[in-house]
Write a protein that binds this ligand. Sequence first.
Ligand code: F0G
Length: 462
Amino acid sequence: MHDGWKTIIEPFKIKTVEPLGFTTRPEREKALRDADYNLFAVPADKVLIDLLTDSGTSAMSAEQWAAMMRGDESYAGARSFYVLEKAVRDLTGLKNVMPVHQGRAAERVLFSVVGGPGRIVLSNSHFDTTRANVEASGAEAIDLPVPEALDFAAPGDFKGDIDLAALEAKLRGPDGRRVTMIVMTLTNNSLGGQPVSMGNLRATAEIAKHYKIPLFLDIARFAENAWFIKRREAGYATRPVREIVREMFSYADGCWMSSKKDAFVNIGGFLALNDEEWTAKAREILILGEGFTTYGGLAGRDLEALAVGLREVLDEHYLEYRIRSIEYLGDGLRKAGVPIVEPPGGHAVYLDAARLLPHIPPSGYPAQALACELYLTAGIRSVEIGSLMFGVRENGGFKPARMELVRLAIPRRVYTQSHVDFLIEVVADVAKRAKSIRPLRLLSASPRLAHFTAKLAPEAVA
Ligand code: F0G
């Protein structure tokens, strides 16, 4: 991108810094015990490198901070709302824009309107809060990823795609009439942060149109998805990302965004759609739970920062660096022989705990055990995406998840290459000692979104 040099640099310089949380091994052992082996319960100042999530953890730009000072805090019709509304309309072409405090609020509002008992939502993969909100409405959430998405070792350019044959079969089948919406998650966070191709999106839109089912996009990471299309899909290499994004949205009847990801904000989101009837109902629910329709639970300053972020993320220097930096982490881990979900995703590298810890069955939560070991070893916080998050525990039974992954999610514009080099060193060290990692036992978990509050303990040595 810059005059043909091989090294892709961080396309920013740093104005404000924060110290990292250095701890001793005994301090980490205590912190983990006190947290019942749930990394969500570990205080952040006891974390050295925090890869729990890329959500709300971005460094905002000077432009975003400056925009915050322009925030109009009027209760209704704030100038900042119109700034955001224009930014979202310019980006998506969708008409009715509702701010919300974050992605799951949009999901709750949306599925309160379109969900309900007897209804079905089909998706390449629902993110956990999406699934929970669909199910909380009484509807059923069905994932239809392409088969190769579940073969974590296999290469593939667009493993985030939806299985078009399975989608058609569902819509033609006996339950077809109950399908209320098709959701495409860009990128597919639950299965490795893998992108969806434009071809797949276009074909999904054609199917959706044929069966008269609205197609909505969950766009938390839409710009990262667009960069993969530019780099990997025939015909897009010379198209500006902005145009690629516009084409993506041309297939959608609506979308929602957790703007805590690709819009670099620490809080915020929105729901955007064209249908007037759904909009009217959504606005009612918005007022009931989030706030008036022009602020939706956010401050005026948040709306301003979000509007700037939506533009900034389309900077191709940034996107090239962003995707390359994740790939760099993937390269390092692969070289060290650590099994990862291939290829590295847009926002994270996912360690395959099922392959690394074959001695721990899903009921011993291998991915959670690995995440705990990374923390104990060097204060690295990651997140389990496996049977703790997606396993089903009902009536004393246990159905494991389809995957046992540890996600190393990289906050945007926060860590530098030396942090990543350190990370590679630590993960490689833990992987070498994988055989000695012990299973965990679940002490308590709530029926829904269990991973946030679950309590665990190491299994006693036999
Ligand atoms: N959709 C996707 C694809 C997500 O990744 C998330 C959040 C949401 C919706 C919900 O948004 O958190 O703003 O309410 N993902 C975070 C993560 C939590 O760590 O991946 P939210």
